[in-house]
Design a protein around this ligand. Structure first.
Ligand SMILES: NC(=O)C1=CN([C@@H]2O[C@H](COP(=O)(O)OP(=O)(O)OC[C@H]3O[C@@H](n4cnc5c(N)ncnc54)[C@H](O)[C@@H]3O)[C@@H](O)[C@H]2O)[C@@H](O)CC1
Ligand SMILES: Nc1ncnc2c1ncn2[C@@H]1O[C@H](COP(=O)(O)OP(=O)(O)O)[C@@H](O)[C@H]1O
Ligand SMILES: [K+]
Length: 516
């Protein structure tokens, strides 16, 4: 799914208004009706007090229009205009008049006013700022936001939590509304998926407000979120008259004394994801553990406790290097020598990345389209420290461009970057924050490349399947007990799940379930 920049949303807005020959307030009305329907379906006329805090721009306009619909359906509302500027938008004013026509007199709040009392069982609709925020809110608005938080009432934010910019990090975290739920118009926003800003969003949902679909599909974007719909077209089915040679040979280079488990996990993952053959290249101390733990794999050994040379006579189709590798001087030299002769794009993880960070000149030896899979600390060693997520993305993009590599930034919402584009994964959960899950990912991606997936597809699809396996297995084992081996076991389920159509309960039924 595409993630649009604020300017692209404004442009789509303008295009839709012209094409459909409607007024901008008609579009606002559509947006407000969508929010109203969402609330009405869930609240069914419940007499809960709803406080609507509306700014003076179009986000506030949405709030005013929503207030009118709520009032018409008998809801118990309080409308507060957060009067932070004299420059009120045209559609805000139209909706303010429509409220007044219905004898609803909003309470105007400015720097000198007392804030309204809010009970913790009330509902707050946050329509203070939307995607138009362009400077830090005044102190009294920050105080108001603090007042909203102190009430502990449920916060429903319109479009985005007020106080978040769409393209930079706020300097004042107190100026940002913490939303329990965000109803976002037309498409989710990038900030929902980044660690610095995602913390302000409990849950989110997209409401279709009718922006022109053709315009949106023709609009090129930098950011995309990856779910089942995006990965399904990548899937390569298995044909009847094929054999193990058809599905490639994965080579996993890594392991050192005390870290042989990493090689076991990665090697096993490459087979589990469908590689026809797999070879583990490990120091001799890994021979018996590997042959025992993964009888399906072949094992090549070198040296005793860590790898001191990388040479082999096999012809792998994909190579993953780095898990449990260690950073001994001889290992570094072996890796460097290996890079001189190797032509295959690599999957580099863990100590492979640490060696690259310590010896940046080696980066130039990476074949084009290699995949680097750093977690945030490894990324920092590669690209240096960053100031906030947007700076991180900028630096990561520049790095991926400079070395023509696919960069996978692991974490909640793992981000894959390549060729100036950014793909944000939607699977995975905090249960996966546990030893060895990254090793499994390395094996998964290597195994996909062995089967002929190009680097970018292997990265995006691998990250998706790895996270999906984590999501499926966490339902059985729980967050705390999830271990990397559990993800391995669930990889098959993640494949099968690709072809399951989600069961959608009709709204009526959904309602009954919620009540029951
Ligand atoms: N195409 C869409 O997605 C639609 C968007 N709509 C709404 O329109 C919103 C955007 O509206 P606006 O562009 O009017 O902007 P906002 O309502 O987000 O911001 C309010 C206005 O205040 C000014 N401002 C920004 N930061 C300020 C600050 N710190 N202190 C004082 N004033 C400040 C800005 O210049 C802006 O015009 C969206 O978030 C959404 O809620 C809807 O009305 C329907 C259509
Ligand atoms: N909070 C989280 N939510 C979703 N996925 C997570 C979370 N924490 C970690 N992960 C995933 O788990 C894996 C951890 O990899 P890594 O840090 O390299 O672990 P290790 O080195 O122990 O194998 C990555 O794929 C990452 O995306
Ligand atoms: K808002």
């Amino acid at each position: 799914m595409k993630l649009f920049a604020a300017e692209q949303i404004y442009a789509a807005d303008k295009f839709t208004i012209e094409k459909q020959q409607i007024t901008s307030d008609a579009l606002m009305e559509q947006a407000a009706i969508q929010i109203f329907n969402w609330m009405h379906l869930r609240m069914q006329g419940a007499p809960v007090k709803i406080h609507l805090f509306c700014g003076i721009g179009n986000n506030g306009g949405d709030g005013m229009a929503l207030a009118r619909h709520l009032q018409e359906h008998g809801y118990n509302i309080g409308v507060h205009v957060v009067n932070y500027s004299e420059k009120r938008s045209k559609d805000f004013l139209i909706n303010l008049d429509r409220l007044k026509d219905r004898k609803i007199w909003p309470n105007f709040i400015d720097s000198n006013c007392e804030f309204p009392e809010i009970h913790k069982d009330d509902i707050i609709v946050d329509a203070i700022f939307g995607i138009g925020l362009n400077r830090e809110p005044s102190d009294w608005v920050v105080n108001l936001i603090d007042h909203l938080h102190k009430s502990e009432a449920f916060v429903l934010s319109v479009d985005i939590p007020s106080g978040l910019y769409t393209d930079k990090i706020s300097t004042n975290e107190k100026a940002i509304v913490k939303a329990n739920y965000v109803l976002s118009f037309q498409a989710p926003k990038l900030i929902f998926f980044l660690p610095d800003t995602g913390i302000y969003i409990g849950q989110w949902e997209v409401l279709d407000i009718g922006l022109d679909p053709e315009y949106l599909s023709a609009t090129e974007v930098e950011y995309e979120i990856i779910g089942k719909n995006e990965v399904l077209p990548m899937y390569k089915p298995r044909e009847k008259y094929t054999h193990k040679g058809t599905y490639g040979h994965s080579l996993l280079i890594g392991g050192s004394y005390g870290k042989i488990g990493a090689s076991i996990l990665a090697t096993k993952a490459s087979l589990k994801i469908g590689s026809g053959l797999a070879t583990a290249y490990v120091p001799k101390c890994g021979y018996i553990p590997l042959q025992t733990a993964v009888p399906e794999a072949m094992v090549l050994t070198n040296s005793e406790e860590y790898i001191a040379d990388i040479s082999y006579k096999i012809e792998p189709n994909a190579i993953g290097v780095g898990v449990g590798l260690g950073t001994e001087k001889e290992t570094v030299d072996a890796f460097s020598k290996f890079l001189d002769s190797n032509k295959l794009p690599l999957v580099v993880d863990a100590d492979g990345l640490n060696i690259l960070s310590e010896n940046k000149k080696l980066l130039k030896k990476l074949p084009e389209n290699s995949i680097l899979t750093p977690h945030p600390k490894e990324l920092e060693r590669l690209i240096g420290v960053w100031k906030g997520d947007f700076d991180k993305l900028k630096k990561a993009k520049a790095f991926s461009k400079k070395y023509t590599c696919v960069l996978i930034i692991k974490g909640a919402n793992t981000i894959t970057l390549f060729n100036g584009k950014v793909y944000i994964n939607t699977t995975g959960n905090p249960g996966m924050a546990t030893a060895g899950t990254g090793d499994v990912l390395t094996g998964v991606i290597t195994g996909l490349m062995a089967q002929g997936y190009d680097s970018l597809s292997a990265a995006i699809f691998g990250v998706y399947l790895h996270g999906r396996a984590g999501d499926m297995v966490v339902e059985q084992v729980g967050y705390q007990s999830l271990m990397a081996s559990d993800i391995l076991e669930a990889l098959g389920d993640a494949y099968i799940d690709l072809f399951k159509v989600p069961e959608q309960a009709p709204p009526q039924q959904e309602q009954q379930q919620e009540e029951g």
